[in-house]
Design a protein around this ligand. Structure first.
Ligand code: SAM
Ligand code: 2KA
Ligand code: SF4
Ligand code: MG
Length: 229
């Protein structure tokens, strides 16, 4: 028989514990979104079905380490911090992300989720602040936007558009108007790092007359574009 398990032996094995594939867990200042500046622990999940041209986290597409939920929840970097940001990669591409987010909320953390907007956000625990990207034409992934996600946005969620060009900004204004996004939650615009001049985008925001929240990735100003910050 060798080492091969019979089907009977397979059935009596303990069920596999819920696991997530993780690229990194680190503590930094939140560099993006409404929670910017707050000390935060980041949990970066491995893998993403999109390929945005500007992606600064491509190192999370592959590799990573399987970790059990219990192990992650008891990680000192998680336990010792109120603010937790779950990001990736695309966190919602792993189904165990949903119970992970719920468990973080149950443990009393203030949780935010960075997501591409390409996967259904409706199963996410209502206590989580969902930061939903809308992928612009010049991201190269505009066809992946799941527009139904916008219907279910709550006041403590956030929509983010990473702007790669003036044409992207004009497109963003049209979308914001069409989906009445400013009536739903905060709408953030951020320059694609190193591609769009931040002062140009700041001026476009002022000229638009819209109550958009301009933002820069604070961590890159502080620490550059290195992983782990
Ligand atoms: C790396 S992604 C991970 C979460 C998810 N996949 C997403 O796209 O939202 C986290 C955030 O970083 C933004 N981002 C990635 N590369 C960027 C860049 N070069 N400049 C500005 N923002 C960037 C993404 O748009 C997203 O809002
Ligand atoms: N400091 C810091 N803040 C962040 N906010 C969102 C991040 C991300 O990569 O999703 C990120 C990140 O990578 N670093
Ligand atoms: S969806 Fe997020 S992680 Fe995936 S390629 Fe785009 S920016 Fe990178
Ligand atoms: Mg990042």
């Amino acid at each position: 028989m060798g080492d091969a398990l019979t089907s009977a032996q397979t059935q009596v094995r303990a069920p596999t514990a819920a696991r997530l594939k993780i690229t990194e867990v680190f503590r930094s200042l939140q560099g993006e979104a409404l929670q910017v500046g707050l000390p935060t622990t980041f949990v970066r999940l491995t893998g993403c079905p999109l390929r945005c041209r500007y992606c600064d986290s491509a190192y999370a597409f592959h590799g990573g380490q399987w970790r059990e939920l219990e192990d992650l929840l008891s990680d000192p970097l998680v336990q010792g911090t109120r603010h937790i940001c779950v990001t990736g990669g695309e966190p919602l591409a792993q189904k165990t992300c949903i119970p992970f987010l719920r468990a973080l909320c149950d443990a009393g953390h203030a949780v935010s989720l960075e997501t591409s907007g390409a996967l259904d956000i409706s199963p996410v625990d209502a206590r989580v602040s969902r930061v939903v990207d809308i992928k612009t034409p010049d991201s190269g992934e505009v066809r992946r936007n799941l527009w139904d996600n916008l219907d279910g946005l709550r006041a403590h969620d956030q929509v983010k558009l990473v702007i790669c060009s003036r044409a992207d900004f004009d497109w963003a204004v049209t979308i914001i108007d069409q989906y009445r996004l400013l009536e739903r939650c905060a709408v953030l615009v951020s320059p694609s790092f190193g591609q769009v001049d931040p002062s140009a985008l700041a001026q476009w925001v002022l000229d638009s007359g819209l109550e958009l929240r301009f933002q820069l990735q604070l961590h890159k100003l502080l620490w550059g574009d290195e992983p782990g910050h």
